[in-house]
Design a protein around this ligand. Structure first.
Ligand code: ADP
Length: 944
């Protein structure tokens, strides 16, 4: 590859730019070469173009080839000459003499070339004349050749102009297409003459055809422009003329053919200045930005609405009335309506709650109107925003309210509180609006009404809560604790004064005054319980004392905690005074404690059972000790397990007793032990109700084995003594009787008295010993009984007869009443012994001249013998002891009526052995009736 000089490269570029290389032959060049052949009488004339390696012929006369190699060509030399290059005889020129074009075809001998230049001066090639014989060109001929070469140059230049023009045309077409495509209006303005050119689109933006606007001048623009935008536009133009701005850039309104305003964006620039520096020509564009402007305006209005709402929500302060006033003021400004009202609607009445309106309207809070006379009457059916921009033209124009209020524009939304219509938020004006309310206005009013509704609702709720809180006993409160240890009561009801002696304001930001009031002994525990609740977020509940009037009162707090985003904790709860309950509770606890101790330490066995289920609820140590059961075992036992052999019999009595008198017993029974043995016990029961109303039975099971053993020892002792005494005493009694009868000689009066005393005491002693021995026999079961059928009447008669003397001695008459003669199944001897006891007691305790009545009767399958006297009866205090051994009423002992106190005990023992019983009825001071009951003989086996 040849390294080209820069100059040669530029020359070759210029050659390429002509577009002539390798192009088809053209007549405009061929015409010149044809003229040259004729004019100079040469066989060959060429327009040659010198390319990098070849010489190419744009026009060629007299040669078949269109090109030849550059290196051996004559033209190669020709283009290097400023003027003509002439070789008169190539054979005589050493540069060409042996050249291929000279030696071979086309056998050149003569060559004359005039350089051909591009318009920019680069030499492109030559116009050359060639002959096969040597020649000479005179000066005139050389001049002619130069002229022809100039013609070639002109043709080349012309070609280039045509190309440039075509390119210009194409680019203009493209620009026009682009402008049309962008739907942009264009303008040209001769600033100096006012001459103006608009395109069709310019006119179309304002709704015209360009022809309609003719004649067009700058005035055309001025006529259509909005007068309000004119100053800004002039200023922008002046600034651009002064060179302060690179371009004129203005947004302004133009009146559309249909009367409305369209927004346009004009941009332009001065392109030509006068020689004195004045702006001459300006070109610019003119585009319709109405939609953009509307979008921007909408956006701005939307932002404004949001800003208003935002401002209200963030800066809402003061009372509900203050907040309503703020909302009305903001809404009125935003909507550009002079009257703003919050109303309340109750039934058919409309009441103004808050208002912002010119004073001339006379609308004031409290003003009440019939709902039908207000526009709100139209609103409440729809339940959403109602917007009327020109009442006279609206479908509502015949509503009665229009005649009364005469308002032309109106926008309103309902206020809904707790799901019900509360009132309305409305804005109005006596003037109509240019255009309907926009959707932004409608949304704004809807949002504002919702916000107001929520404010009213929360106010109503707060007031209701405050009233409830006032009524609630104690304090309702919120207590907040921050991670740095700060504490406060953000809310406390007025009750805090009564409990802590501080006001809600005192502890609003610092809770310490409350803690200062807590009893020092409780403060730590209160702190701990709060910390625990904070940690676990579990319910806080605590009882503690609070200082009050120099003393302490118990309170109880209960609150549930909640963690807040700042990691502080807030409790919602209440505190109530529980002093009375607490003190009663403490007293109760104390007495329960005492009872429990009594229960636990009592030497008597005690069990606590459920009345209905019988389940054992508690048992004391004494009972476990005597029974040998472990506590868990005992708790599972039933009474049936404990009182094996006598359970059925006792159960009936116990249940009846509990039902009728709330108690049973005491009765003696053997209680089973864990090891299978049993111990004697005295059992008594008591029905109670606990605090919750549950029916329970306390059962006292007194282990009487010790007592039994002592008794037995005593009995054995008495028996031994009695036996030992009986024989000597019998002989003493016999001897005394003999002495008294005078067997041992007459006794002095004094001696008779003494023997008589000794006799009586010996009788008494014998009686006691007999009784004691009977008792012992009865107790040991050694007294034999023979049960047979006995008619009772004769038995009773004989017993009465036996005691007649004794009765007569005491001036007491014994009467036998009734004629029943039941036949008893009994032992006659023992029954007589028992009856004797009753009869002798009745006679003994009868007043002098008294009567003892005896009656035999049969009742409910039993034969009953009753003995009634008119004596002192049985004192209430003695009733329980009547049948005890050696028991004598204090009165009897005092009067020394004789007797051992064993008679009734023996009677009871006998009756038990006979399968009967003894009992009494007595009203103290009015005598007593003792009776014996024995089973009657089975009629089936009784011989009649
Ligand atoms: P005593 O031998 O003392 O009569 P009892 O066992 O027969 O012993 O009677 C016990 C006590 O009951 C008497 O001491 C007496 O106080 C009282 N008593 C018994 N029968 C009567 C009665 N009919 N009227 C009043 N008191 C009586």
């Amino acid at each position: 590859m040849t390294l080209l000089s820069p100059e040669e490269r530029h020359r070759l570029d210029a050659l390429t730019r002509t577009g002539l290389l390798d192009s088809p032959a053209e007549d405009r060049f061929d015409r010149i070469t044809r003229i040259a052949c004729r004019l100079f009488d040469v066989p060959i004339a060429l327009v040659s173009l010198v390319d990098e390696d070849r010489v190419w012929f744009k026009s060629c006369q007299g040669l078949a080839d269109r090109e030849t190699p550059r290196a051996t060509s004559f033209c190669h030399y020709g283009i290097c000459q400023p003027e003509l290059f002439i070789v008169e005889d190539a054979m005589a020129d050493p540069r060409f003499a042996d050249g291929p074009l000279v030696v071979g075809a086309p056998h050149i001998r003569f060559y004359a070339g005039a350089p051909v230049h591009a318009p920019d001066g680069h030499c492109l090639g030559t116009l050359c004349l060639i002959d096969r014989r040597p020649r000479h060109l005179n000066e005139t001929e050389q001049g002619l050749l130069r002229d022809l070469a100039n013609d070639v140059e002109r043709e080349i230049a012309l070609q280039q102009h045509i190309d440039t023009f075509r390119q210009l045309k194409a680019s203009e077409r493209r620009a026009r297409a682009v402008i049309e495509g962008t739907r942009v209006g264009t303008w040209e303005w001769n600033v100096q003459t006012g001459e103006t050119v608009f395109n069709e689109r310019w006119a179309e933006i304002c709704g015209y055809r360009l022809a309609e606007l003719e004649p067009i001048s700058i005035q055309t623009w001025l006529n259509l422009a909005h007068p309000d935008d004119e100053p800004a536009s002039s200023e922008a133009l002046a600034a651009h003329f002064r060179g302060e701005t690179g371009e004129y850039d203005v947004r302004c309104r133009m009146r559309h053919k249909e009367g409305h305003w369209v927004w346009v964006h004009d941009r332009g620039r001065v392109f030509e200045w006068t020689e004195t520096g004045e702006p001459l020509r300006m070109y610019g564009t003119h585009s319709d930005i109405t939609e953009d402007m509307h979008t921007a305006q909408r956006l701005a209005r939307q932002n404004r609405a949001l800003a208003v709402m935002n401002d209200l929500v963030i800066n809402a302060r003061g009372s509900l009335d203050d907040r309503m006033k703020q909302a009305l003021a903001q809404g009125r400004d935003f909507l550009c309506l002079p009257i703003a009202i919050v109303s309340e609607i109750t039934e058919d009445a409309y009441t103004v709650l808050q208002v912002r309106a010119p004073s001339a309207t006379g609308i004031k809070p409290g003003l009440t109107l019939p709902l039908a006379q207000t526009y709100c009457d139209l609103l409440i059916d729809g339940n959403d925003v109602l917007a009327i921009h020109h009442m006279a033209h609206s479908p509502h124009c015949d509503h009665p309210s229009y005649a009364v209020q005469q308002l032309e524009s109106y926008i309103a939304a309902p206020l809904t509180v707790r799901g019900r219509l509360y009132g309305t938020l409305n804005f109005s004006s006596p003037d109509p609006r240019d255009a309907p309310f926009s959707d932004i206005d409608i949304t704004f009013v809807r949002l504002l009404a919702r916000w107001l509704s929520s404010q009213i609702e929360s106010d109503v709720t707060t007031r209701t809560l405050a009233k409830l809180a006032e009524q609630a006993p104690g304090i309702l409160y919120q207590y907040r604790q921050w991670p740095d240890g700060r504490t406060a009561f953000p809310y406390a009801s007025a009750g805090i004064q009564a409990i802590y002696g501080v006001s809600p304001e005192d502890v609003l930001t610092d809770a310490r005054p409350v803690f200062d009031r807590i009893h020092p002994d409780d403060l730590d525990k209160v702190g701990r319980s709060i910390r625990k609740s904070e940690r676990t977020l579990g319910l806080w509940q605590h009882q503690y004392r609070v200082s009050k009037d120099g003393g302490w009162r118990w309170v109880e707090g209960r609150a549930s905690p909640e963690r807040l985003p700042d990691n502080s904790t807030i409790w919602h709860g209440y505190i109530v005074d529980i002093d009375e309950i607490k003190r009663t509770q403490l007293r109760l606890q104390e007495s329960e404690e005492q009872l429990r101790r009594l229960f636990e330490l009592s030497p008597m066995g005690i069990a606590l059972n459920d009345y209905h289920s019988g389940e054992c609820l508690a048992v004391n140590d004494a009972l476990l000790r005597s029974s040998g059961f472990r506590r868990t075992e005992f708790m599972k036992l039933a009474f049936r397990d404990l009182l094996r052999e006598r359970f059925e019999a006792l159960r009936e009595d116990a249940l009846t007793g509990l039902k009728t008198a709330g108690r049973f017993g005491p009765f003696d029974a053997n209680v089973s032990r864990a090891d299978g043995s049993a111990f004697p016990a005295r059992i008594e029961g008591l029905r109670i109700k606990n605090a919750t109303g549950r029916a329970l039975i306390w059962t006292l099971i007194n282990d009487i084995s010790e007592q039994r053993r002592a008794e037995q020892m005593k009995n054995e002792f008495i028996t031994t003594v009695s036996h030992e005494l009986r024989t000597p005493l019998t002989s003493v009694a016999g001897s005394l009787k003999l002495l008294a009868s005078g067997v041992a000689g007459a006794l002095s009066e004094r001696a008779v008295q003494l023997v008589d005393i000794a006799n009586r005491n010996t009788d008494q002693l014998q009686m006691l010993i007999n009784d004691l021995l009977d008792m012992e026999k009865l107790a040991s079961g050694n007294l034999s009984v023979l049960l047979e059928e006995h008619p009772l009447q004769p038995l009773v008669e004989s017993a009465v007869a036996q005691l007649r003397t004794y009765a007569a001695d005491r001036d007491v008459s014994v009467v036998l009443q009734g004629s029943d003669n039941p036949v008893a199944h009994t032992d006659a001897l023992r029954l007589t012994q028992a009856l004797n006891n009753l009869l002798s007691n009745a006679i003994k305790y009868s007043p002098e001249g008294g009567t003892v009545s005896v009656r035999v009767a049969e009742t409910n399958g039993a034969a009953r013998i009753s003995v009634s006297d008119q004596g002192p009866g049985i004192a209430a205090a003695f009733r329980a002891h009547v049948f005890e051994k050696f028991a004598q009423a204090a009165e009897s002992r005092r009067k020394n009526l004789g007797g051992t106190g064993l008679g009734l005990a023996i009677t009871q023992a006998i009756m038990e052995q006979l399968g009967g019983r003894v009992w009494f009825e007595s009203e103290p001071g009015h005598g007593a009736t003792f009776w014996l009951e024995v089973p009657v003989a089975d009629p089936a086996v009784t011989p009649t």
